[in-house]
Design a protein around this ligand. Structure first.
Ligand code: HEC
Ligand code: HEC
Length: 160
């Protein structure tokens, strides 16, 4: 490992264990990424990588190599963890959803971008959504609504 990365990677690692972030301009040169294929060079890696860990409920090592037993630092530039390429696809997909699709949405109500967490909700792999059962569900067309204790206060006014 080069002297450069040996000195700079602890910045990421320390913050992963919620140590106070180093003061900007405190003598540390900015980390120069070596293997970005999707994210722009000037990405705030600290911010975005912590967003990933939060959005997926995962540690850095879910996508990066285990820390080297001698240096104690993961090799963040390494592509040895194959999942990293899947994540690159996810990053492109999320960018496309925002840049190609939502920007074109007619009468868009909400400016919030889609993030990893929109789908992942703190899970490494998004679970399948199962809609809660509705009281009036599965009614035959034309059949009267089922009698329920709350029938006097209908929440779904008839639409046809
Ligand atoms: C969900 C997967 C995922 C998690 C979790 C994750 N990363 Fe990453 N990380 C990536 C991907 C993918 C790239 C490469 C992006 C690209 O190719 O543009 C990357 C790149 C990096 C880089 C740049 C390496 C280089 O020199 O090219 C650093 C540094 C980094 N991550 C640190 C971290 C740290 C620290 C954590 C934990 C706080 C973390 N990552 C958590 C997926 C992840
Ligand atoms: C539109 C919904 C959606 C968004 C947005 C999204 N994902 Fe995913 N993600 C999925 C689905 C669905 C899967 C399961 C894919 C499969 O079958 O392998 C998945 C799988 C993954 C996996 C593989 C998990 C495993 O078990 O190996 C990772 C890692 C991941 N996503 C990271 C990300 C990151 C990081 C982002 C944001 C840059 C992101 N995802 C954005 C839907 C999404």
């Amino acid at each position: 490992m080069s002297l450069l990365s040996a000195t700079l990677i602890p910045i990421f690692f320390a913050s992963a264990q919620s140590a106070p972030p180093p003061t900007p301009g405190a003598g540390m040169a900015p980390y120069k990424p070596k293997n970005l294929k999707v994210l722009p060079e000037n990405t705030d890696l600290r911010k975005i990588m912590h967003q990933y860990t939060g959005d997926l409920g995962a540690e850095c090592e879910f996508c990066h190599t285990m820390p080297d037993p001698v240096t104690k630092h993961p090799d963040f530039a390494s592509d040895a963890v194959r999942r990293k390429d899947k994540v690159r696809y996810m990053i492109r997909m999320t960018n496309d959803l925002n840049d190609k699709y939502l920007t074109q949405l007619p009468d868009r109500d909400q400016d919030d971008p889609i993030s990893c967490g929109t789908c992942h909700r703190g899970e490494k792999r998004p679970s399948v959504f199962v809609a809660p059962q509705r009281q009036e569900g599965n009614r035959q067309p034309g059949a009267p609504p089922m009698a329920t204790p709350s029938a006097s206060t209908p929440t779904h006014p008839a639409t046809n």
